[in-house]
Design a protein around this ligand. Structure first.
Ligand SMILES: [Mg+2]
Length: 266
């Protein structure tokens, strides 16, 4: 029974693009849902694979859209990548095919960002690079050919923008590099269950009290399935009912939008 199950949850992991908003347009019920969670003493974490913005920039956008969230309410694939890298080598020298925001985020975590691919690079990092240029692609190919360790922040192929349009995301950039070099990265971000395990530990909330809400089957819903938690697919983003029927990733529940979850909890 969806109502009872949802009411039992103490922590909601919420996707951003296609779930709470599309580009600069808030999806109905988003703010009301967040406010209701606070009133009911439930927690929420905005869990996004979008590595084109730093967590501060995400927060700024979310706050400007009218959602009252704080730094501790956001966890991005860039943060997850940083945790992953630190576990292998602190202060590593990295080459980033990513935005200046992503570089800032990694720099703030003590990594040395190299602009020259000829330096002694420890890791090549690919993100959702909306500032991509040919020099970066050329440098990435050089590093991949040299055998440098290869990490990507997220496997998403596209990111939704206004009017049903979409633009290439990190996964598509990696596909181009695979065609050129035959190398594939280790992807961080959703659908890796570590994204949820880290949060469950951080917040001290068991997995059966956590639900993930998102619009993308191969990231959001797959992440929920991988971690063994309740997953809710919203139809406000990229997936349709037909997509869900055809997919191997079956969400626990399907609703039209975040507004439906708000109505259930109310
Ligand atoms: Mg999404």
């Amino acid at each position: 029974m969806i109502t009872e199950d949802i009411k039992r949850k103490e922590l909601f992991l919420l996707d951003l693009d296609g779930t709470l908003y599309i580009e600069n347009h808030l999806i109905k019920g988003s703010t009301e849902f967040i406010e209701l969670l606070k009133k009911q003493n439930k927690k929420f974490i905005l869990l996004t694979n979008n590595s084109s913005k730093s967590s501060n920039k995400h927060l700024e956008k979310i706050n400007n859209l009218g959602i009252d969230a704080k730094k501790e309410n956001i966890f991005t694939s860039a943060q997850a990548t940083s945790i992953y890298l630190k576990n292998i080598k602190e202060k590593a020298k990295i080459y980033v095919v990513g935005t200046e925001s992503l570089k800032d985020e990694l720099r703030n975590q003590g990594f040395i960002i190299c602009e020259n691919a000829k330096e002694d690079i420890d890791f090549l990092i690919i993100g959702f690079d909306i500032e991509l240029n040919y020099k970066k692609i050329e440098d990435a190919c050089y590093l991949l050919d040299k055998g440098v360790e290869y990490i990507a922040t997220n496997p998403d192929l596209v990111c939704p923008i206004e009017n049903g349009r979409f633009i290439p995301d990190c996964g598509s950039i990696c596909n181009m590099l695979k065609t050129a070099t035959n190398r594939e990265p280790k992807f961080i971000g959703k659908p890796r269950r570590e994204m949820i395990d880290i949060i469950s530990k951080m917040e001290n909330i068991p997995l059966d009290k956590i639900a993930i809400v998102g619009d993308r089957l191969y990231t959001d819903i797959a992440c929920g399935i991988n971690a063994g938690i309740t997953s809710i697919c919203v139809l406000s983003g990229e997936s349709s009912k037909e997509d869900i029927e055809k997919s191997i990733y079956k969400p626990t529940y399907v609703v039209d939008s975040i507004n439906d979850i708000y109505e259930i909890l109310k």
